[in-house]
Design a protein around this ligand. Sequence first.
Ligand SMILES: C[S@@+](CC[C@H](N)C(=O)[O-])C[C@H]1O[C@@H](n2cnc3c(N)ncnc32)[C@H](O)[C@@H]1O
Length: 161
Amino acid sequence: MSKNLWNEVHSRIASHDYMAGIERKVDRVKATGEIFTPTDLVVEMLKLTPMELFEPGKKILDPACGDGQFLVGAKWVKVLLAGMSEEDALLDIFGVDIMRDNVDICKARLFGGTILMGDILNPDKKLDKQTKEEHKLMLELFTNESQFSLFEGADIQFSVI
Ligand SMILES: C[S@@+](CC[C@H](N)C(=O)[O-])C[C@H]1O[C@@H](n2cnc3c(N)ncnc32)[C@H](O)[C@@H]1O
């Protein structure tokens, strides 16, 4: 049963082709480090994560989320294995990426979540193409004394930059 559910998590992630939808030239990849985690590896890492960390209210943060490989997987673990509604699962899902197009694809793949364009290393920095709302939320969530300050507010954190 659970094996089938993990297969389903895999196919939900893989319904978006790996690194598809954006032309990433060599210079861009060099500047951003945009090599996303392949789906097989995402699923293996999710399987190694204690299941209680996917329970309702457990916050999942990818501070360099790319197009959402981990966050899409985490959402479907919350729904398919932890029994949450999609709406509730998305309340626990947070992502940041410095590239506008990655953020937009990630949000579209998730159908929601708190996914922000921002510089996680300089969360107060206002970026071109970042919305006012995203900037406000970056300040609220990631600067001193806030929810994800030093990322201690996350129950699961993917990516290290
Ligand atoms: C190696 S990819 C990882 C993406 C995703 N976590 C995964 O494993 O598939 C790193 C991502 O970090 C983003 N990035 C680079 N510098 C960043 C920064 N200062 N703040 C937020 N995101 C950043 C890049 O645009 C890229 O999408």
